[in-house]
Design a protein around this ligand. Structure first.
Ligand SMILES: NC(=O)c1ccc[n+]([C@@H]2O[C@H](COP(=O)([O-])OP(=O)(O)OC[C@H]3O[C@@H](n4cnc5c(N)ncnc54)[C@H](OP(=O)(O)O)[C@@H]3O)[C@@H](O)[C@H]2O)c1
Length: 287
């Protein structure tokens, strides 16, 4: 496996969340590594284009061996913030921009290569030939080891895959966002040897109070003693049971919750409990 089964998302390590100091970031990196999480998920835009640099400074000071971790980053979103004088939020997949953005990520992360570069969101204007030129050049130069997409539909993935091998699609997937099981997305990835990664794997369960979440939480509370597990572990175990081999990209920065996430790998959820969770979330039985 090229990436740890559980991946650490860094979106809220910096100014979009916890605003960790260099020391706190080093501690969290080491905590992840000590528990078997070796892959860290970034995007150029996190923290308004600031989190990669903060993580990179911490990584450089940490003494962690580069070959012991995998770094993912993403490009393409031109976001409006202090660092970018854009008129409108948009996507840029020109050859020059992809190369420039990947090189910026390398500089910020203080590394010579990315293990994986993802196109962050599909653009109506993206051109497979041009993307292929950029990715081929970055690969030839050893600046990226692998290439993938994020939030792409099967046909958008095919469009890019026809020119450049797509190895990963990072999509939203959880007990409250499970369309990928019925819209062909996960089947398409399995058939094309594309590794699925799931962002927001806990869904909105701990973030929003609504009737769907209440139903799921009540069931989780019932199931917790049976599996001797916490609610977040059961939500992850539900994802991990899917045969597509999904890698959850966890967002928690709480040390205990990170350990919980890894322990979810030990839970083998029973078939009927899996369906009970699905049907409870969707609010009706399967056909
Ligand atoms: N490709 C994309 O388009 C895309 C989009 C969004 C995100 N991502 C990636 O996915 C990663 C994860 O996204 P996410 O943050 O939405 O994931 P998540 O794992 O579903 O949510 C984690 C959040 O839930 C909070 N939380 C509250 N109660 C919790 C509990 N009992 N157990 C665990 N967490 C609890 C955490 O807070 P504490 O930190 O305080 O524990 C954290 O803020 C991001 O960091 C980013 O790398 C990618």
């Amino acid at each position: 496996m090229k990436y740890s089964r559980i991946i650490a998302g860094t979106m809220t390590w910096g100014s979009w969340g916890k605003q960790f100091s260099k020391e706190a970031m080093i501690r969290l990196m080491n905590h992840c590594l000590a528990h078997g999480i070796t892959t860290f998920d970034h995007a150029d835009i996190y923290g308004g284009y600031t989190t990669e640099e903060e993580f990179g400074n911490a990584f450089a000071a940490s003494g962690i061996d580069r070959s012991k971790i995998e770094l993912i980053s993403k490009c393409g979103i031109q976001y409006i913030c202090d660092k970018r004088p854009n008129k409108v939020k948009h996507y840029d997949y020109s050859k020059e921009y992809i190369i420039w953005s990947a090189e910026e990520s390398l500089r910020n992360l203080k590394t010579d290569y990315l293990d994986l570069l993802l196109l962050h969101r599909p653009s109506p204007l993206m051109q497979a030939d041009e993307i292929d030129e950029a990715i081929s050049k970055l690969k030839e130069q050893g600046k990226i080891k692998d290439f993938g997409v994020s939030n792409f539909t099967p046909s958008q993935t095919d469009l890019i895959n026809a020119k450049t091998q797509v190895t990963v699609n990072q999509i939203e997937f959880s007990i409250t966002a499970f369309d990928a099981m019925s819209n062909g997305s996960l089947d398409h990835m399995t058939l094309n040897d594309i590794t699925p990664m799931a962002w927001s794997p806990l869904g909105k369960i701990f973030r929003e109070e609504n009737t769907q979440n209440k139903r799921v939480i009540n069931l989780l509370i019932e199931l917790m003693p049976k599996y001797n597990a916490t609610a977040d572990q059961l939500i992850l175990a539900w994802i991990l049971k899917h045969p597509a081999g999904i890698h959850p990209v966890i967002g928690t920065t709480t040390e205990d919750r990170i350990v919980n996430s890894i322990k979810a790998l030990e839970i083998d959820m029973e078939l009927e409990d899996w369906f009970l969770l699905l049907t409870t979330s969707q609010g009706h039985k399967v056909a």
